[in-house]
Design a protein around this ligand. Structure first.
Ligand code: S3P
Length: 427
């Protein structure tokens, strides 16, 4: 599907952001490990999370739907799936699921789409093997398809070379089935939704700074309410900051401190942002965010421990930086090359076409602003939802119309994107 975007003059109103993708995945995965009924409320409509749900249904989990986003799951332990487990475009599904499957008494196989099949899995295969898991990649290339066979897991003390919530969660989930204790230590703290949900469901888990410890645990069934996704909200935050006269409120935004790097960056760059109505539910903090146009954005340096707190927001931050005075330098973000696309290459290539002054670096990029974006071009999306949505926001301030190819990739995380954009554009 090709989508056309043109310059707008009005961006106003209130929207509620859709459910958090990371927490939705974890709700089904950990909810399925509880013995008993778990009500899941406000589950993501994105294809990635739907694939996770289907996979657990294939392993005997019973789902009673109230509607698409609200349902009850019940399980008496996972059972051998008859078919291949299809993770689609989702690295989170593949990596977290591998940790759970390593501890089951049946063989399984995970595979996905062309983008997923190029993403590195060595980062989870290595620690799982240290735990004595029987996991291999079909083509011996440390990529999907992955084959996982039964084995007796042992706890390990693992130091991760990169700050990755997917790697950390994979090891912690395997640790639920391992003898002895398992610890994971990261160079910087990555998103901690797994730790929070495991603690909420009564797991034997403790956190000490950058180290998380877990032991074999029985999870207690409890209701799981998913907060809104700050990574989806980020597209609206940036649009409101760069479109003259814009003023919006985004409701129900998850503001877990391991995800709020985008808010810190917006404030540091001079955005007009207010956090309203802070509240807590199921161990996660939520708020409403009011944000309006800022004429005086300025470039900043983004590196080090903030990177995992905004890793998914870097493409949209590139758009923001193009409208800020001076240079924005993004460093230590090498792992962007391992996302749904090589996000350093794809962001630089596609945003240059729009007129963004952006330079590729091995571990990030340098953007110089303020630039009048010209548009009048066709953007490719490389199987990458966040690239597509970031280009869309840039299109809203381009002098001439832009076309974005294969916009349907947005559906992997955020099928409601255009509908919500139109509410704010039309009001
Ligand atoms: C995620 C962790 C991040 C992020 C991804 C979702 C998660 O990946 O990019 O979109 O839900 O744990 P890494 O942990 O590999 O950085």
């Amino acid at each position: 599907m090709q989508v056309k975007v043109k310059k707008i003059n009005n961006f106003k109103g209130t929207i509620e952001v859709p459910p958090d993708k990371s927490i939705s995945h974890r709700s089904v995965m950990l909810g399925s490990l509880c013995k008993g009924k778990v009500a899941i409320k406000n589950f993501s409509k994105g294809e990635d999370c739907r694939n996770t749900l289907k996979i657990f249904e294939q392993m005997g989990v019973n789902v009673k739907f109230q509607d698409e986003m609200n349902f009850e799951i019940s399980s008496n332990g996972l059972t051998k799936p008859e078919n291949i487990l299809y993770a689609g475009n989702s690295g989170t599904t593949t990596r977290l699921l591998s940790g759970i499957l390593a501890g089951q008494n049946f063989e399984s196989r995970i595979e996905g789409d062309i983008s997923l099949s190029q993403r590195p899995m060595k980062r989870i295969i290595e620690p799982l093997k240290l735990m004595h898991a029987d996991i291999s990649s079909l083509n011996n290339d440390f990529k999907t398809p992955l084959i996982i066979k039964p084995s007796d897991l042992h706890g390990i003390d693992y130091i991760t070379p990169i700050a990755s919530a997917q790697v950390k969660s994979c090891i912690l989930f395997a640790g639920l089935f391992a003898d002895g204790k398992t610890t994971v230590t990261e160079p910087y703290i990555s998103r901690n939704h797994s730790e929070k949900m495991l603690e909420y469901l009564g797991a034997n888990i403790s956190v000490n700074n950058k180290t998380v410890k877990i032991e074999k645990s029985e999870l207690i069934p409890k209701e799981l309410i998913i907060p809104g996704d700050i990574s989806s909200a980020a597209f609206f935050f940036v649009a409101a900051s760069i479109i003259p006269n814009a003023s919006i409120i985004v409701r129900n935004v998850g503001i877990n401190e391991t995800r709020t790097g985008i808010i810190d960056v917006l404030i540091k760059m001079g955005a007009n942002l207010e956090i309203l109505n802070k509240r807590t539910g199921c161990g996660e903090e939520v708020s409403d965010i009011k944000i309006s146009y800022s004429e005086n954005l300025k470039g900043i340096d983004i590196s080090g421990e903030i990177i995992p707190r905004l890793i998914d927001e870097l493409p949209i931050i590139a758009v923001l930086a193009s409208q800020a005075e001076g240079q924005t330098i993004i460093k230590d973000a090498q792992d962007l090359r391992n996302k749904e696309s090589d996000r350093i290459k794809s962001v630089v290539r596609e945003f240059s076409k729009l007129g963004v002054d952006i330079e590729e670096r091995e571990d990030g990029f340098i953007i110089s602003g303020k630039t009048k974006l010209k548009g009048d071009t066709i953007i490719e999306t490389y199987h990458d939802h966040r690239l597509a949505m970031s280009a869309y926001v840039a299109g809203l301030i381009c002098a001439k119309e832009i076309c974005i190819n294969d916009f349907e990739w947005v559906n992997t995380s955020f099928p409601e994107f255009l509908e919500l954009m139109n509410i704010l554009i039309e009001e």
